[in-house]
Structures are given as C-alpha cells and as structure tokens.
Design a protein around this ligand. Structure first.
Ligand SMILES: [Zn+2]
Length: 304
C-alpha cells in the first residue's frame, strides 16, 4: 500500500498543496491563485489541478484540506468564511471529492496550523495547547490531551470573537469588543489611526514604538494588556500548558516579553507556573502540513 498523502491549504487568495510520505517527509509543494472571484466550480477545479500537479504521478492514499470557517457535511457547505463568501456556496467539498479517487478530509485552517505547530514544538512536552493565529483576523486551534479539539459541530476555538468589553469596538462580525477588533493586524492600524490620524501598518507602528513614539507606546501597552487577559481567560477555562502564537502579528517581539507577566496576573485558582508563549516556527507552511496530517490520520498513521 502506498503511503503518500496530499495536504491542501485553501486560503482567501491562494491554494497551496504539498505531498508528504508516511514519515512526514516533504516531496513537493506548489502554490497557485485560488481565483475565488470566479465561481465555486472554478475554485474546485483549481484545487483538483494542484493536487494532480503536486503528486507528480505518485499514488497518494488520501487528501487533507484546511479551509476558512467550519465545514458542515450535511449541507456540504462552509460557515464562517466572511473574507471569501464564495467558499460558503454549497458544493466545494463534495465537488472536490467527486474529482478524487481517495478519501478527502476537511478541517478548519486554524486547526491545521495548530496541528502542524503542535507537532513542531510541543509534541511530547505539552498535552494542552492553544495555537492562536493573529493576522487579518484572529483564529485559534486547540489541542487538548494530545487530541485536536473540534467541539460538537467542528466550530470550537473561535476565541477571536470572545469579547473583552461589552461596550467595546465593533468587530467585523458585528459583535462588540471582540478580541479581533483590537489585536488583528488591521485593527492595530485602525486604532493607531484613531489616536494619531496617521494610517500605518503594524510594522510601521512598531518601528515608531522602537523610536519612542508615545502614541505607539500607548497602543502596544493596551494590546499587551488585552492579550494577557485574552490568553488568561482561555488558559483558566481549559487549563492549558502553552500558547503558540502565529500569523503576521506574531512577529512583534514585544508580546513574548510583556504578555506573560500580565497574563499571570489573571490566572485563577490552582497554582500555575508561567505558561509559555511559543512563537510559531513554520511560518506560512504550517497550514498545508497540518492539512496533510489530517490525511495521515485518516490512514491510521498519525493519532491526534
Ligand atoms: Zn467578532
């Protein structure tokens, strides 16, 4: 029996695929535009093509795919993909399955990233971990007792939309005070604009912070406090041992120094040592590797 698998990471603008063997060795990787503006059938065909190309004629036994939102099999559609609403049209997953001769397993992209990063830095060391992805939005994947935790319908981990202020900033999801409305990359830009009337991206704001800009200082101080409360809330709720931080916003060095003591102030109950905040290692490769791990689990080669 062959033991190659294909992983697919379906993003808003691109589709990436990789070919792994049963020992998680990488044999090929490709990335193309998803062309999500065209139609769902077009996207499905693009995914089928990239799977075919990346496998380079090798027989693969399963495909795993990470997507935005949560897939509901009974309706064959995704929910919760507001940045690419076309992916919420029915037919994406079944349409792709019809083009494949092997099983297709689908999960949320943040879950795939969490899996890959968990196996890269926490396997054998921590059993209860959350991976938070701070980028355009705020996503999260949970590994509890060494298992990927999906909840009753596969929608677990949407802690980017937990509120830290019921009268707070309006989030893109329509709720008030969501963590995402403060900590995503675009939210940092918006908050800085309101304080300074200057429109800058996160990297530019951080450069000003390093030069002693008082407004940037105020902004990052608030972000650190919010992040401390946000992480501590989830650590208290789930009794976690470590936090993995990924996505573009995770590149700010300040978080790793300032947030752990603020987080510790909010721990409740049982004595806890400092819970480490671990920087994600795999960069934007994580999603596609985690997707391939879904396929390896489907074949009984990995267990999580
Ligand atoms: Zn929200």
């Amino acid at each position: 029996m062959n033991k190659y698998v294909v992983g697919v990471d379906l993003g808003g603008t691109k589709v990436e695929a990789c070919l792994l063997d049963k020992d998680r060795n990488l044999f090929g990787r490709k990335r193309v535009s998803s062309e999500a503006s065209k139609s769902i059938d077009h996207v499905v065909q693009n995914i089928a093509n990239i799977i075919h190309e990346v496998s380079e004629g090798k027989d693969f036994a399963a495909v795993g795919m990470g997507t935005p939102g949560t897939y509901v099999p009974s309706e064959d559609r995704l929910y919760g993909a507001p940045h690419t609403p076309i992916y919420e049209d029915p037919g994406l997953v079944q349409g792709l399955q019809k083009r494949l001769d092997v099983p297709l397993v689908v999960d949320n992209d943040a879950n795939c990233l969490a899996l890959a990063e968990f196996f890269a830095s926490c396997e054998g060391k921590y059993r209860y971990v959350m991976a938070v992805i701070l980028g355009t939005g705020v996503g999260c994947g949970l590994i509890l007792d060494n298992k990927l935790y999906r909840g009753s319908k596969g929608g677990a981990g949407e802690i980017g939309h937990t509120s830290i202020d019921i009268n707070g900033r309006v989030c893109e999801c329509g709720l008030k005070g969501c963590v995402e409305a403060y900590l995503s990359g675009p939210s940092h830009s918006r908050r800085y604009l309101e304080l300074s009337s200057k429109k800058l991206d996160l990297r530019e704001i951080y450069a000003l912070f390093e030069k002693g800009d008082p407004i940037a200082h105020r902004l990052f101080e608030e972000s650190c406090r919010i992040m401390g409360v946000f992480f501590a809330n989830t650590i208290n709720a789930l009794d976690l041992e470590a936090v993995i931080l990924g996505g573009g916003v995770s590149n700010i060095p300040l978080w790793y120094e300032k947030v752990p003591p603020l987080m510790k102030q909010c721990f409740f109950g049982i004595p806890r040592k400092t819970v480490p905040i671990i920087k994600a290692r795999l960069g934007d490769s994580a999603g596609v590797f985690g997707a391939a791990y879904l396929a390896l689990r489907e074949l009984g080669i990995m267990d999580f």
